[in-house]
Design a protein around this ligand. Sequence first.
Ligand code: SF4
Length: 414
Amino acid sequence: MATEIRRPDGTVVPCPAAPLLAGAGGLAGRGFRVRTGPVQLLPAGTPSDFRLVTVSDQPVPPGRTAAGGAAVVLAAGAMASAGLLRAGGPVQAVLDDWAWAVRPRRLLLASPRSLCAGVERAIEVVEALLKRHAGGGPVFVRKQIVHNTHVVRDLEERGAVFVQELDEVPDGSLVVFSAHGVSPAVRQEAADRGLEVVDATCPLVTKVHAEARRFAARGDTVVLIGHAGHEEVEGTLGEAPGATVLVETSEDVARLEVPASARVSYLTQTTLALDETAEVITALESRFPGVRGPGSDDICYATTNRQHALKAVADRSDVVLVVGSANSSNSVRLAGLARRGGTPAYLIDDAGDIRPEWIQAADTVGLTAGASAPQSLVDGVVAAFGGLGPVTVTEHTTTTETVTFGLPAAVRAR
Ligand code: SF4
């Protein structure tokens, strides 16, 4: 799949929609192994069995014209001879699907979106250690440093070694704890093993851990509102395992087995949906009238800001795309928020995940990114839409973020 066509005269025709046709909604989704890259055209008359097929050459619905910039080109040598380009064949079907998605569009960008201060700090920690450890031992990272497949792959390519548990890390090695935090048991294991630890836990997660210890120390039953199995939740539960219970929904609150005489307090995972969590807190307040919460909200500023920003654009969009990985809690919540407001919403790792049927009828597409998804991925989505006709990009800003977190002392000191 051509990402650009280089003509013999040296001019270059960009093919920005290549990731769309190559990806899950295109050839890859139909089982093809796809390679993308520039295609060099040979001078006219040079024998070649390659054919160029463009989306903008495909028939489009009545009343619509394939706008400029829609040229995506398929270099099809063996495919043509194997009959894959025949009418009704799988390649032609992909071209047809995407030809129907060609139209002028508005993209509404929610702002703030993309990386938060905690994620930026965690990535910087690993980058700084990789730089300073160049030529030395490996930099191990326990769990994904942040929940984004692109970030993890990029750091892996630069030398970071990601592990699930500490038993995969040789004694005495350097290991980074991810932004989601760890339980005291993990810290103890690292100390027992003589591991050199650099802690990239977000300071806002550390604050929730401290609250869990404080609430448990005063004798409370601590109700943690969060999602079972999420790394942040595992870490927070580990602070006071005997005193903490996990709930996800208001139904869970009704099922809680807590003595009537117990003093109850609650904490929340930092990346929850504000509206869903409010429901659970209301259920807690109704069942335990004296329940106490944290001094200030645990749902972090970045989660809150991204949800408010998306809400402002989702209501005006035909469809919402959220850039983020499936294991990113705050990204999943963003898609859920848009859907609860009545706008279809899809979570995508990058432009290659977009399906033509999601956007064929969409004049206005809302776009945001979770707190662990880099802006470059959003840029890639915007660029890909540029291959499907003229695009007007409007940014809708609900607030401006100025939060930054300093690097851990262990990194600064190196
Ligand atoms: Fe920290 Fe919030 Fe970012 Fe999580 S989403 S890393 S809690 S700033």
